[in-house]
Design a protein around this ligand. Structure first.
Ligand code: NAP
Length: 287
């Protein structure tokens, strides 16, 4: 393997992951995109692009993938792991099937830890490898610090990912392995349509008192999709986090820093509750 830099990107079949792969390949990196289907692997394969078939919910598939990457690295360290794979399954918490809720934790939270464990040696936990320590980027979301209604499972997974990432960063500093959290706002990717397709199964019965608010929530989601950032914006930030001499602990990638990031984190919780309730028409019945 001749390229200077090497990276494993999970969730590389579409959206942000695919944009990261395209950007880093164009910069001369050796890229290991992780996908779940043979068709996606065949589509992405190319010079310096070595697809890995794995599911982040199945650690044994990650271990097999790590063996293939180790063979290519020939004793050198992996420059980066981008833990990007994720799913969003909207639904009201009181009615969402637990399997749909659990799946988001499995992929978005436990799947990240499983990926880190699988590639930790290659990133620098194994002292015998050559080269500078690698870096980890975890793909969180604005939903990792601001929980919307009807996205409770997603928010739970991303809030959990935030805690996981902070602990990882502090633990892995012992190896010189930097960990950065990337927190995008709305990004134009297929996650929206995949989420809708899954939601049809997930929502089941719409609780009557929530039906109107859910309809407004779906309409708002469509609107934010129209104003969503291109995936390439996130890919550029990920590249920066992987190469800059002093990577930050967090990168927020949002259209408007004040309204999309700063204010939601500083306004009182109850005020945010009222803003959301007014926007979605969430009201307790009069008695
Ligand atoms: P996407 O296009 O749907 O990409 C998600 C990727 O994750 C796909 O490659 C998907 O593979 C993969 N994946 C899903 N389940 C998996 C599993 N069990 N094992 C391995 N891979 C799995 O959506 P995206 O928007 O680019 O999402 C990428 C990340 O960005 C996610 O973590 C998401 O939460 C985060 N994010 C997205 C937005 C946004 O607005 N789009 C905003 C903030 C954060 P398949 O094609 O095989 O399903």
């Amino acid at each position: 393997m001749s390229a200077l830099h090497s990276v494993v990107v999970t969730g590389a079949s579409s959206g942000i992951g695919e944009a990261i792969v395209a950007r880093l390949v164009a910069k001369g990196w050796t890229v290991f995109p992780m996908v779940r289907s043979e068709a996606d692997a065949a589509r992405l394969e190319g010079p310096r692009v070595h697809p890995l078939l794995a599911d982040v919910r199945a650690p044994e598939t990650l271990a097999d993938a790590a063996v293939l990457v180790a063979e290519r690295l020939e004793g050198r360290r992996l420059t980066g792991l981008v833990a990007n794979a994720g799913v969003a399954r909207p639904g009201p918490l009181i009615a969402q099937p637990l399997g749909a809720f659990r799946d988001q934790l499995e992929v978005n939270l436990i799947g990240v830890l499983a990926s880190v464990q699988a590639f930790a040696d290659l990133l620098g936990v194994d002292a015998a490898r050559e080269g500078p320590p690698g870096r980890i980027v975890t793909m969180s979301s604005v939903a990792g610090s601001m929980a919307l209604p009807f996205l409770g499972g997603y928010a739970a997974s991303k809030f959990g990912l935030e805690g996981l990432s902070h602990s990882l960063r502090r633990e892995l500093s012992a190896y010189g392995i930097a960990v950065s959290i990337v927190s995008p706002g709305a990004v134009d990717t297929p996650i929206w349509t995949k989420g809708e397709a899954l939601a049809a199964d997930d929502i089941g019965a719409r609780p009557e008192a929530l039906a109107g608010a859910m309809a407004r929530f779906e309409a708002e989601t469509l609107k934010s999709r129209a104003a969503a950032l291109p995936a390439e914006r996130v890919a550029a930030v990920v590249e920066h986090a992987l190469v800059t001499p002093k990577p930050r602990a967090r990168y927020a990638v949002v259209r408007n820093r004040l309204s999309d990031w700063w204010l939601p984190r500083r306004l009182p919780e109850r005020l945010i509750d009222r803003i959301i309730a007014r926007r979605l028409g969430l009201r307790a019945p009069r008695r």
